[in-house]
Unconditional design. Structure first.
Length: 251
């Protein structure tokens, strides 16, 4: 049986604390907004990284690890034959489970490579590696997701216990707002300023989108898939709240 990492994610003390803190800050900002003097961008000073920045990064790492572990659980427990990785969808032309898993994993891998190269951090998600062994081989897919979990946590966490969500529970090596220059083609070339923490959230949420499409293909094949696979944490939280109130969850 697959481990319910999404449930662990929702009930993580770190995630709960950050959610409560963000809610409190939001209310405080609303009451103080009218009293705040106008500030020009040039007058804003970027604060020195503190414990909050490392806490935010650790939370992001926790979520990213959970998403990668979901994919690992899926290929280990839901896929029963390698032919299912290359099956082409009747409803999503050209789509296969293997392609979506590879594409989602690529983004984690590109971010890890960016961090491994050291500052100044430069990132591009437009580097694609199509038709790789993990698209059609179960052992390759399992190995790739295991490697991604290990690589990200080795780079970003001071403590990495392989194969569990202890990844991301410890102090992060980099603050969340560590600057990153993102190069993108949209189709026009764009150079954007972002941060390691923001991109870690992005690759996790990008993966959820593709895992949701994987669910469609898994449904065509009649595969058994964990109910939390490919579902956004915000949706899981909403469903959990409705369940507690005795109301049927809605997407």
């Amino acid at each position: 049986m697959a481990t319910d990492f999404s449930a662990q994610l929702l009930h993580s003390p770190r995630i709960k604390d950050l959610t409560l803190e963000n809610s409190s800050n939001s209310q405080e900002n609303k009451t103080q907004k009218s009293d705040m003097p106008h500030t020009t961008p040039s007058a804003i000073t970027r604060p020195a990284p503190g414990d909050d920045d490392h806490e935010s990064m650790a939370a992001s790492l926790y979520v990213a690890t959970a998403m990668l572990q979901q994919a690992l659980d899926f290929v280990q427990h839901s896929i029963t034959d390698e032919s299912q990785l290359v099956y082409e969808s009747k409803y999503l032309p050209g789509s296969t489970i293997g392609k979506h898993l590879r594409h989602a994993r690529d983004h984690f891998n590109l971010l890890a490579q960016c961090i491994a190269h050291g500052p100044p951090f430069a990132l591009s998600y437009d580097i694609r590696t199509r038709d790789t062994p993990m698209e059609r081989s179960l052992p390759a897919a399992i190995s790739c997701f295991q490697d991604s979990i290990h690589d990200l946590n080795s780079l970003l966490s001071n403590h990495a216990k392989e194969g569990s969500l202890d990844h991301g529970r410890h102090q992060a090596r980099l603050p969340s707002d560590t600057p990153v220059t993102l190069n993108a083609v949209t189709p026009f070339t764009q150079v954007l300023q972002t941060s390691v923490g923001r991109e870690l959230w992005f690759v996790a949420l990008h993966a959820i989108h593709h895992f949701a499409l994987v669910r469609v293909l898994a449904g065509e094949l009649g595969l058994t898939v964990d109910e939390t696979f490919g579902v956004a944490p915000s949706t899981l939280k909403y469903r959990n709240q409705d369940t507690c109130e005795g109301v049927r969850a809605k997407i």
